[in-house]
Design a protein around this ligand. Structure first.
Ligand code: SF4
Length: 278
C-alpha cells in the first residue's frame, strides 16, 4: 500500500475546491505560468539555492555575483536576522536526539509525519533547534508581502508548526515560525520585513482537528472518485483557470483552456519550436 504525501499545497487546494484538487493532483492538469510568474519563480529558486549554499559554507560568490539584486537581499537579511547566519552548519545525523547536540541548524530540512493514512510532508527553508526552542524560517520572495492575518491562517504556517511539534519533544509554546520577505524591490529599503508567528496548544489542537476532517474527506472522495465543485455562483470560479472545463463561465475562455486549445490545434510546444538565428 502506498501512502499519499500531503503538503501545504494539497491542503490549500482541498480547502479551496475539491474539484480543483482533482484536476491538479489526480489529473495532473495545470495552467501555464505567465512570464512574470516564471521570473518570480526563477528568482525565488536561486535565492533558496544561495541560502542553502551559504548554510553549507559553500562558495556563494558565483551566484551572488551574477545577480546584484539577490546579493543585496542576502546582505540585508544578514543584518536584519543575524540568527539565521549564526554558527557553522551542523548536519542532521542518526544521533539527532543525542544530548550531545545542543543546537541544530539546517537548510531545506525535510520532515514527514504519518497521519490518518497520509504522509504529511514539510520542507523548512531553515530550521534552528535547541533543546528549548524550535525556530522555522521561510524565505518569501513576493514583490509585496501578503497580509499577516492571511498568512497566519495559511496551511503552510499551520502545517509547518504542527509537524515540528509532533516530530520533536518541543511543546507548542517553544516553537515559532518566521517569514522573511527578502526581496528589497525598487525602493531598496535598508531592511527586509518579517512576520513571526508563535504557537500554542489550542492552535495545535485546532490544526489537528482540521487535518482529521480534511484527510477523512479526501479518503472518502478518493474511494468514490467524486470530487464536488464549489456551489454555482462562487466567486472562486470567476478567476479559476478551470472555469471553462467546469462550465462555470459564459462566453469567455480561461487561461488554461486557451493555451490548451492552441497547443492541440497547432501541435506546437515550446520544446518543438526551433530557435531562429538573428
Ligand atoms: S471553476 Fe469553480 S468548481 Fe471548477 S475547479 Fe475552479 S473553483 Fe472549482
Amino acid at each position: 500500500m502506498t501512502i499519499t504525501p500531503l503538503s501545504q499545497a494539497h491542503l490549500t487546494l482541498l480547502e479551496t475546491c475539491d474539484r480543483k484538487y482533482q484536476y491538479v493532483f489526480f489529473d495532473a492538469l495545470s495552467a501555464p505560468a505567465t512570464y512574470d510568474q516564471q521570473l518570480t519563480t526563477q528568482w525565488g529558486n536561486q535565492f533558496h539555492l544561495l541560502m542553502q549554499q551559504q548554510s553549507l559554507d559553500l562558495p556563494v560568490a558565483a551566484i551572488a555575483g551574477a545577480n546584484k539584486d539577490m546579493a543585496a537581499s542576502m546582505a540585508a537579511l544578514a543584518v536584519a536576522a543575524p540568527e539565521v547566519f549564526q554558527d557553522a552548519f551542523k548536519p542532521l545525523t542518526d544521533s539527532e536526539d543525542s544530548e550531545d547536540i545542543k543546537r541544530f541548524r539546517q537548510s531545506e530540512h525535510r520532515r514527514t509525519l504519518a497521519f490518518n493514512n497520509y504522509l504529511l510532508t514539510v520542507i523548512y527553508d531553515q530550521l534552528v533547534m535547541t533543546p528549548e526552542q524550535g525556530q522555522i524560517f521561510d524565505w518569501k520572495t513576493h514583490q509585496k508581502p501578503p497580509r499577516q492575518n492571511w498568512l497566519q491562517k495559511d496551511w503552510q504556517t499551520r502545517l509547518y508548526l504542527y509537524v515540528l511539534c509532533e516530530t520533536t519533544e518541543l511543546r507548542p509554546e517553544q516553537i515559532s515560525m518566521t517569514y522573511w520577505f527578502v526581496r528589497l524591490g525598487n525602493q531598496k529599503q535598508a531592511r527586509p520585513s518579517s512576520y513571526q508567528f508563535s504557537y500554542s496548544l489550542v492552535q495545535h489542537q485546532q490544526t489537528e482537528q482540521a487535518l482529521q476532517a480534511l484527510t477523512l474527506r479526501l479518503t472518502q472522495m478518493s474511494e468514490r472518485l467524486e470530487f464536488p465543485k464549489v456551489p454555482v455562483g462562487s466567486e472562486l470560479c470567476e478567476t479559476c483557470v478551470f472555469n471553462v472545463r467546469c462550465d462555470r463561465v459564459s462566453g469567455g475562455t480561461s487561461v488554461f483552456d486557451s493555451a490548451q486549445m492552441l497547443r492541440e490545434a497547432t501541435g506546437i510546444s515550446l520544446e518543438s519550436v526551433e530557435e531562429i538565428p538573428l
